[in-house]
Design a binder for this molecule. Structure first.
Ligand SMILES: CC(=O)N[C@H]1[C@@H](OP(=O)(O)OP(=O)(O)OC[C@H]2O[C@@H](n3ccc(=O)[nH]c3=O)[C@H](O)[C@@H]2O)O[C@H](CO)[C@@H](O)[C@@H]1O[C@H](C)C(=O)N[C@@H](C)C(=O)N[C@H](CCC(=O)O)C(=O)O
Ligand SMILES: Nc1ncnc2c1ncn2[C@@H]1O[C@H](COP(=O)(O)OP(=O)(O)OP(=O)(O)O)[C@@H](O)[C@H]1O
Ligand SMILES: N[C@H](CCC[C@H](N)C(=O)O)C(=O)O
Ligand SMILES: [Mg+2]
Length: 494
């Protein structure tokens, strides 16, 4: 953050009583407050940040941004305090605006993608397209910041201070184009409100995060914020309209006079998927763009990748790139790490894939879309994460039972939950033929061992992750590496 600091008024905020101190930094956590900082005391899901105002004051905070409830919680400490108190109706939104003004710079062209599945893939493909066209670009989300500026992230959509620090640093490094993931938590918590987004994409909608959102409608409403709150008239909206929720989102974009690009199978779609032909290493995609038929080779496994690729193409075009140049880059797209990624092959030709499917819709999509690439059986290894939406566990098990031939149920990231009870919930949907093996490395070994010529193994749930979270410990663990080790051991290479 800038050494000199900024006046509160330069951050678009006004304090009760008109005080306008020089702010030396912004903190969303009392434990990171330094003298002169503005502490944003936000209403949390576990506790109100107002409880921590007393600690921020002890650290010599120069300003407090909170809501009426937060100010009431610290009424005693704030009485007689000579700093600046800002009480906002929506302090998360005020924080988003202040963080944007604090850091000042953002790359010129920023696009965002939301939807239950496909955000990381679409953001990554969009970045790859821009880079192929010679533009300096990054993708920002679950896999961190990748491309012409790199950084690690703890969240898919970081809180505004981290987000704007990164956007400013990327702009400083010459990055002009950003494709970012807009998670439902991020949208709901207004983390993106200060970002100048010129186009948005919506992929699809199915169950996830019902531990956080009150229900499907609330979850959808959070995603819709990208189109009815962040984007505005004249901005681009790239929407997959093959589902009812997609058509609902397109209506929202139309009402806001956004420039709509539709993707789907209907004959009125801007990008219309006409056919796909699959083989062991990828697929041929036949589609039309605004009426003109195109044929393209994609070195990507899984039918749904075509939807992700076209969404990325739509975003690149909405960001101002020439459509024919964009379409010419598509055969060069590379698999996103941990997304239907081929990770090992046995001597008998059978293959193993790692995929990040960790919700029922994604498990169904991954297994169904693998089928036409595979002549033999599909074997799946999967589990479910602890401290996350419990309702999805039997549904993930059920999806495995319905769409795979052999099912191994194992641990994902148990976090603070009892791993055996999580497995039992997955097993409840997976049925009596599923084999339960707690140890993930052993489950992968058994899955690889079961591979006969023409079979494929899908290791689902952890994708690109390189650790397994048990309790509060993180143990090194990489599905791709485990699959290679298992193949080497079983085929007598080690
Ligand atoms: C459920 C959720 O999204 N929580 C986020 C939310 O925290 P919260 O409202 O639950 O916080 P809380 O624990 O109740 O505390 C309230 C406030 O007190 C503050 N505090 C707390 C303790 C303290 O000593 N001092 C202090 O100031 C906290 O910083 C917080 O602002 O606001 C915090 C500050 O912005 C976030 O760090 C926190 O993300 C947590 C860590 C998290 O795990 N979020 C995940 C679920 C998330 O956001 N995931 C999405 C989606 C991933 C996907 O695509 O699947 C993502 O974008 O990553
Ligand atoms: N368009 C799609 N339709 C259905 N399933 C998909 C689609 N794209 C990806 N998936 C599945 O979802 C998994 C996660 O994909 P991706 O990481 O791109 O999505 P995401 O929305 O970023 O997920 P997360 O919210 O977990 O970060 C993939 O590994 C695949 O199984
Ligand atoms: N962003 C997702 C990642 C889940 C990945 C899966 N491996 C798990 O641990 O549940 C979440 O935090 O819900
Ligand atoms: Mg993601």
């Amino acid at each position: 953050m800038s050494e000199a600091g900024k006046r509160l008024s330069q951050l678009g905020l006004s304090a009760i009583g008109g005080r306008d101190p020089n702010i030396t930094g912004i903190s969303v956590d009392s434990r990171t407050v330094k003298p002169g900082h503005m502490f944003a005391a936000l209403p949390g899901s576990a506790i109100h940040g107002g409880e921590f105002i007393q600690y921020a004051l002890r650290m010599d905070a120069g300003a407090i941004l909170t809501d009426a409830a937060g100010a009431a919680l610290a009424a005693n400490e704030l009485r007689g305090w000579d700093g600046a108190l800002v009480v906002a109706e929506d302090p998360r939104q005020a924080l988003a605006g202040a963080a944007a003004l604090w850091f000042g710079r953002q790359p010129e062209r920023i696009v965002a993608v939301t939807g239950t599945s496909g955000k990381t893939s679409v953001a990554n493909f969009t970045r790859q397209i821009w880079q192929s066209l010679g533009l300096k670009a990054i993708s920002l989300g679950t896999m961190g910041v990748q491309g012409d500026y790199e950084a690690k992230l703890a969240h898919t959509t970081p809180e505004p201070v981290t987000l704007h620090r990164i956007l400013a640093a990327a702009a400083e490094a010459g990055v002009t184009n950003v494709a970012m993931e807009a998670s439902s938590h991020g949208l709901d918590q207004r983390r993106l409100d200060g970002v100048r987004i010129m186009a948005g994409a919506f992929t699809n909608f199915s169950q996830d995060h019902l531990d956080y959102h009150a229900g499907f409608d609330e979850y959808f409403a959070a995603k819709a914020l990208l189109f009815n709150h962040i984007l505005d008239s004249g901005d681009g909206a790239v929407i997959n309209v093959d589902s009812e929720r997609g058509r609902q989102m397109a209506d929202i974009a139309r009402e806001r006079d956004e420039v709509l690009t539709t993707i789907g199978s209907g004959d009125d779609c801007d990008f219309r998927i006409l056919g796909q032909r699959y083989d062991a290493t990828g697929q041929e995609l036949r589609f039309s763009y605004r009426g003109a038929t195109q044929m393209v080779r994609l070195n990507l496994i899984g039918g749904f990748q075509a939807e992700n690729v076209l969404a990325a193409a739509g975003l690149a075009i909405a960001s101002g790139c020439d459509a024919s140049e964009v379409l010419a880059t598509l055969p060069h797209l590379e698999t996103v790490r941990g997304r239907m990624q081929l990770v090992a092959q046995r001597d008998n030709g059978a293959v193993a894939f790692v995929d990040y499917a960790h919700k029922p819709g994604a498990v169904i999509a991954a297994l169904q879309s693998l089928r036409p690439h595979v002549m033999g059986r599909i074997i799946v290894v999967l589990g479910a994460g602890g401290d996350r939406d419990k309702g999805k566990r039997p549904l993930m098990g059920q999806a495995a039972r319905d769409f795979a031939d052999v099912v191994f149920v194992t641990d994902d990231n148990p976090r603070t939950e009892d791993p055996a009870s999580i497995r039992a919930e997955v097993m409840a949907g997976a049925g009596k033929d599923a084999v339960e093996i707690g140890d993930r490395a052993e489950a992968i070994l058994r899955g690889v061992d079961a591979l006969q010529p023409g079979d494929a193994l899908l290791i689902a749930g952890k994708g690109h992750e390189t650790g397994q979270i048990v309790g509060s410990d993180v143990f090194p663990f990489d599905d791709a590496e485990q699959a290679s080790v298992a193949v080497a051991a079983l085929d007598g290479k080690i």
